[in-house]
Design a binder for this molecule. Structure first.
Ligand SMILES: Cc1cc2nc3c(=O)[nH]c(=O)nc-3n(C[C@H](O)[C@H](O)[C@H](O)COP(=O)(O)OP(=O)(O)OC[C@H]3O[C@@H](n4cnc5c(N)ncnc54)[C@H](O)[C@@H]3O)c2cc1C
Length: 284
């Protein structure tokens, strides 16, 4: 289906994008366009004005700081999946980037677009939760930072306000010692029916704790806090794994759709988390 007529402006700076946004309450930002344009074609989203931020130099690139890595919001999935220095410090990122959709989507879709879109089945939310990322949001009044845990607030809803841009994603260093990403893909779309990102920290061979991000399973991606509290001393034993998996999904109301009802989705989630824990654990 062809979208209805819409005005298009390519922003020349973040300040320009914010000025355009504040001038029209129904204007929408366009990054890679791989979520917004399909929604517009289906008439599930509409706007009189598209503000293209996809090529803004201010929003591009990956910066390495002593205590964190800053990723520009319009960095594509493909760039994140093929950056050697980033992979060496945060191997969870290429693990997840490589299983997003297909090469066409990975070459155009951006991490910022994916996070703001907050699709309950998108991959980056689980990864950013497991890496304890912080989101830099910029509006006309200045900049604020939000933890990933406070960023995903519901189905296709993030904490970004209509007059704000997600400008950067900051991931603390040093990253976790051991990581894994396990995803059960929807066979048609490639989105996660259930996926889990596991990040473990070690002191020698002793697991001292970690983080677990889950996507595909509930209204929004979430951190499995109750399960995380049981990661200290994790050795990979079957009994520990069973208890951690049980704790992760104890209070979850699962999504249901034509592909997976709630019970099947929960079973997939349990299996994905069990496998991710087994992938990530360091052999004693
Ligand atoms: C066939 C297909 C398969 C896919 N499979 C997967 C998959 O397996 N896993 C997965 O995770 N994703 C998947 N996607 C989604 C894909 O990753 C999208 O590219 C991504 O979700 C959105 O990024 P974008 O840059 O294209 O955003 P856009 O479509 O341009 O924007 C999405 C939304 O975010 C807003 N926005 C964008 N950037 C910003 C910003 N910096 N600040 C504030 N608001 C902003 C826009 O206004 C819009 O509302 C798939 C998409 C398609 C078409």
């Amino acid at each position: 289906m062809i979208p209805y007529p819409v005005d298009y402006v390519r922003a020349t700076s973040v300040a320009h994008a914010l000025e355009l946004l504040s001038g029209d309450s129904e204007a929408r930002l366009l990054a890679g366009g791989h979520s917004l344009i399909p929604l517009m074609k289906l008439r599930l989203a509409s706007t009189p004005l598209l503000i293209d931020i996809g090529r803004l130099p201010e929003l591009q690139g990956i910066e390495f700081h002593p205590d964190h890595i800053a990723i520009g919001a319009v960095t594509t999935h493909a760039e994140l999946g093929s950056h050697a220095e980033l992979a060496a410090l945060l191997p969870l990122i290429p693990l997840a980037a490589g299983v997003i959709a297909d090469p066409t989507v990975r070459n155009r879709g951006t991490i910022g677009g994916s996070l703001v879109n907050a699709d309950p089945s998108a991959d980056w939310p689980a990864v950013m939760l497991a890496l304890d990322a912080r989101m830099e949001l910029t509006g006309t009044g200045g900049t604020r930072e939000l933890a990933a845990d406070a960023f995903f607030v519901g189905v296709m809803t993030s904490a970004v306000q209509p007059d704000e841009l997600l400008t950067r994603i900051r991931i603390p260093l040093p990253g976790p010692d051991r990581v894994a990403y396990r995803k059960f893909r929807h066979p048609a779309s490639g989105y996660a029916v259930a996926a889990t990102a596991v990040a473990l920290r070690y002191d020698g061979h002793a697991c001292t704790g970690g983080a677990i991000g889950v996507t595909g399973v509930a209204d929004s991606a979430f951190r499995a806090h109750a399960a995380e509290a049981m990661l200290g001393g994790f050795t990979g034993s079957a009994e520990q794994t069973r208890r951690i998996v049980e704790a992760a999904f104890a209070d979850v109301r699962p999504l249901e759709d034509g592909f997976a009802d709630g019970a099947y989705r929960m079973q997939l989630a349990r299996v994905m988390l069990g496998r991710a824990l087994a992938d990530a654990v360091r052999e004693p």
